[in-house]
Design a protein around this ligand. Structure first.
Ligand SMILES: [Zn+2]
Length: 101
C-alpha cells in the first residue's frame, strides 16, 4: 500500500497517509497538527526495498570469486575436518550404549 505525503496549507506540517490506489480520493484526510482538510500532495523521493539476497546478487561477480578463494584457503573448507576429530566406536574407552533409532 503506497504512502502519500500531504502538506497542510495552514501550518505547513506534513502528514503521511496510506492509500490503496494512486487515484483514491483523499476524503477524511486531515492535517495531523491542526486538523485542517486543506492539504496539498507532496511528491517525495521513494525507496526501493531490496532483500539481502538481492543485494548479494547485485555484487560484482569478482567479489564472490575472491570470497570463495579466501574460504578455500581456510581449515573450514576441508569437509573431512570433523571426521578426523572423531574417535572410532571400537577404540573408544567407554563407548556407552549404542543409539537406537
Ligand atoms: Zn495543519
Amino acid at each position: 500500500m503506497p504512502l502519500y505525503v500531504y502538506q497542510c496549507r495552514r501550518c505547513d506540517v506534513r502528514t503521511e497517509v496510506f492509500q490503496r490506489r494512486m487515484d483514491a480520493p483523499r476524503e477524511g484526510c486531515v492535517c495531523e497538527a491542526c486538523g485542517s482538510g486543506e492539504l496539498d500532495r507532496v511528491y517525495t523521493p521513494f525507496a526501493v526495498y531490496r532483500s539481502e539476497l538481492d543485494k548479494l546478487r547485485s555484487l560484482d561477480p569478482k567479489y564472490h570469486a575472491r570470497v570463495d578463494q579466501a574460504l578455500a584457503n581456510t581449515r573450514e573448507a576441508d569437509p573431512m575436518r570433523h571426521l578426523e576429530r572423531m574417535t572410532p566406536f571400537e577404540s573408544a574407552a567407554e563407548p556407552g550404549d549404542p543409539i537406537k533409532f
